[in-house]
Design a protein around this ligand. Structure first.
Ligand code: ASP
Ligand code: MG
Length: 420
């Protein structure tokens, strides 16, 4: 246990492994900053590979011709491996497995089969990165145990902790860096699960929690944790340090900087999370840990592709606890997550991520009992630690379909997606 305190976890996301040059940069970072102590490297799929695999899976599942995009995916990965001068057969077994999976998809069980296919992004990427580092490649699917909630596997923590500790004793970790997949887990019966899109950060936290790591570093293409996404909002500022609690809330409201499930396991065991730029590894970045601060500058968060759904009881009855129970039950059943909700005497509204498939199922479940209206193509804005100026800045010129304010948070739903 004592020696595990020297374990650090580095997580590299898709942008940091998007091509051979990016992986070369990763290798330099690991050699320069991670060489002096035990290191576990967690890697996501390269660039936009997960999206490409989703598209490929959909074609295959629909019985359509997927040969061209499959060949493109294979060539891309092989090209990167060749660019790094790795052995020509490095990816052969994985690519054959992927091909077999796609050729034998069953019409049922969409979500389960999604996991069996989409997981190959991380398998391929880690094989390449482990090769480039000369490091051990670890298949985390046998160690991170989840239940059968496909596409959002729920972690069995005691089993995972036991398995990870057995597989990675201090002596093994001392031998040099180990490379493993973000985003993946496995069931007791050996099926692959995924942990939810962008779930590799969460993987880093699972590993840190179970192995008692000293710290987790997420290497990103931004300078640290910022008060807004610089691609959407101008004039961002970096938080040099920030508490676990603040970070959890930002992730909850949809800040895409860190996966929402990442913080809790780290907070429970007091493991600091460092967010640093792989483009400027010397720069300070952000330290997320147990700290207190004076009021923080407002954080701006935008979620697009939102849907606002409102329910009215058909008999014009008041929205009652009984009605709400039915609505919540149906939302849970179709797995639509509520981002914001509001009720009036006769109607109840929720803002959720838009999914045509889940929305259709929701309507099927509830249209007999409720009159349902919905708007799609909306944006949900959240200002955390708002002040009058920040509200004015964001709401000016926008038609708000719904707004809500608590002591620290101002949120609104509006049409269109253009930032100010
Ligand atoms: N590759 C997965 C995704 O794009 C997981 C991750 O990037 O964290 O969703
Ligand atoms: Mg990714």
């Amino acid at each position: 246990m004592q020696q595990r305190q020297f374990l650090r976890i580095y997580k590299f996301g898709g942008a940091s492994v998007k091509d051979a040059a990016a992986i070369g940069n990763l290798v330099r970072i690991v050699r320069q900053y991670g060489a002096d102590q035990a290191l576990l490297v967690v890697v996501s799929a390269m660039g936009k590979t997960t999206n490409a695999l989703e598209a490929l899976f959909q074609l295959a599942h629909a019985g359509q011709d997927y040969r061209a995009p499959l060949a493109e995916l294979a060539e891309f990965h092989q090209g990167v491996a060749a660019g790094l001068e790795l052995p020509a057969d490095l990816l052969t077994d994985l690519l054959t497995q992927l091909q077999d999976r796609l050729a034998t998809l069953l019409p049922a069980d969409f979500d389960k089969q999604y996991d069996q296919v989409v997981s190959f992004g991380e398998l391929l990427a880690t094989r390449i990165v482990a090769g480039a580092l000369g490091a051990r490649w670890l298949d985390c699917r046998a160690l991170i145990r989840t239940d059968h909630t496909w596409r959002e596997g729920r972690v069995d923590w005691p089993t995972t902790e036991r398995q990870l500790r057995a597989a990675l004793p201090a002596a093994v970790l001392a031998e040099g860096p180990v490379v493993t997949q973000g985003f993946l887990g496995g069931t007791a019966s050996g099926a692959t699960t995924t942990l939810g899109r962008e779930g590799s950060d969460f993987t880093a936290a699972i590993l840190a929690y179970c192995l008692g790591a000293q710290s987790v570093t997420i290497w990103k293409d931004v300078a640290g944790l910022l008060n807004a996404d610089p691609k959407i909002f101008p004039d961002t500022v970096r938080y040099p340090e920030i508490s676990y609690q603040e970070t959890i809330e930002m992730a909850y409201y949809g800040a895409s900087v860190i996966h929402p499930k990442t913080i809790k396991p780290l907070a429970v065991r007091g493991i600091p999370l460092l967010v640093k730029s792989f483009l400027d590894p010397e720069a300070e970045g952000t330290r997320i840990h147990d700290c207190r601060h004076e009021l923080l500058v407002p954080a701006f968060i935008r979620k697009t592709e939102q849907c606002l759904i409102s329910f009215e009881a058909k008999d014009l009855a008041f929205i009652s606890e009984e009605n709400l129970e039915v609505i919540f039950g149906a939302l849970a059943q179709v797995r639509l997550k509520i981002r914001l909700m509001q009720n009036s005497a006769i109607s109840f509204s929720v803002c959720t991520d838009f999914s045509a498939y889940r929305l259709e199922r929701l309507l099927d479940l509830l249209r007999e009992q409720f009159t349902i209206h919905y708007n799609t193509g909306l944006a949900l804005y959240t200002i955390k630690n708002y002040d009058a100026a920040s509200i004015q800045r964001l709401t000016a010129g926008r038609e708000l379909l719904l707004e809500q304010r608590t002591r620290q948070t101002f949120q609104f739903v509006c049409r269109g997606e253009e930032p100010s």
